[in-house]
Design a protein around this ligand. Structure first.
Ligand code: ATP
Length: 309
């Protein structure tokens, strides 16, 4: 029996929040070393990659509610991922990429990196390349520091630029309320502001938080709430002072922990269960300081093929 050849592959990929984001001093190449603990959450983009006729070239189409600011040309991270995969494995670059976006754009949830990871996995499946996870991680790391984690998902510690990923033991499910902003924050601008705020301060080499890892191991959301760390939070709040108001509302309504996600401006509130998530979501919505609110949980698995035809 001959095996049917796939012409289209769909990959579902989650966004992430950083439970810890500790930022080292700026290095000579302008980048910062980080130690981060990622958790992927139940908010997904769906990326479909379809073979086109010879000579068609690459094309990209995006749909969804919040797609303002997402490029549809070769600067899109998914497009760049397709180019890299086609070059590396000598594949015909006649492909259509469709992204159904739910991960907020420029929200500190690595939506672009997620789409790149999904495209890598989709092309691997579409051409039956059968590459190992390690091999695909190598391709992912060339596209951006968050891309390797988006392939594996779950809970992981990222070192270096965040691209040296090792999975972390985590028990239980954590419930989050996300306060989304309609206007994103630029990651480079937030790092620049972080450097400015730290001027004259002694540089510290970041370490992963034992308290945080213990909390995850013990499935203890109260301890996790107290262990959330984001060194970029002061910079994000400095550029977007309204974030402080949003963080305060979470505290008033009993969130176990509140943190700006990555470079912001999404704010993530850890709550004890789905009921508290609903209460806090209502309180945030009626406070008038939040654009929109979502309830999610994590960890969830990383990018995975959901349909082949
Ligand atoms: P970071 O990974 O730096 O934390 P982020 O999560 O804050 O980023 P993204 O949604 O990844 O933000 O988008 C950052 C910028 O990347 C966007 O403003 C957009 O110009 C560009 N971009 C390129 N490709 C994509 C993509 N597939 N989805 C979203 N943004 C993209």
């Amino acid at each position: 029996m001959t095996q049917a050849v796939a012409s289209s592959v769909v990959v579902r990929v989650p966004g992430k929040i950083n439970l810890q984001l500790s930022v080292g001093p700026k290095e000579s190449d302008g980048y910062h070393g980080v130690v981060t603990v990622f958790q992927s959450i139940s908010l997904y983009d769906d990326v479909t990659v379809t073979k086109e006729e010879i000579g068609a070239g690459l094309s990209l189409d995006i749909n969804g509610d919040h797609i303002h600011g997402v490029p549809t040309d070769e600067s899109n991270l998914a497009w760049r991922a397709a180019v890299l995969m086609c070059q590396k494995y000598e594949l015909p670059a006649d492909l259509r990429i469709e992204i159904k976006k739910s991960i907020p754009v420029a929200g500190g949830m690595a939506g672009g990196s997620a789409d790149a990871a999904a495209t890598i996995l989709a092309i691997d499946a579409l051409f039956s390349l059968g590459q190992t996870r390690e091999e695909l991680h190598g391709v992912a790391a060339q596209l951006g520091s968050d891309v390797p984690f988006m392939l594996s998902g779950g809970t992981a510690v990222g070192r270096g630029r965040g691209d040296q990923v090792t999975s972390a033991l985590s028990r239980g499910t954590y419930h989050w309320v996300l306060a989304l902003s309609t206007v994103g924050l630029s990651t480079p601008a937030v790092y620049t502001e972080c450097d400015r705020l730290r001027e004259g301060m002694k540089a510290v080499t970041p370490q992963v938080s034992d308290h945080l890892l213990q909390a995850l191991l013990a499935a203890d959301p109260v301890a996790l709430g107290k262990s959330l760390i984001n060194d970029l939070q002061p910079a994000a709040c400095s550029l977007r002072p309204a974030l402080r108001l949003i963080l305060d509302v979470g505290g008033e309504y009993g969130a176990l922990g509140s943190i700006v996600s990555g470079s912001g401006p999404t704010v993530a509130f850890l709550v004890s269960d789905e009921d508290q998530a609903l209460d806090l979501a209502v309180a945030l919505t009626s406070s008038g300081v939040v654009g929109s609110v979502m309830r999610v949980s994590g960890p969830v698995p990383g990018a995975r093929v959901t349909d082949v035809h």
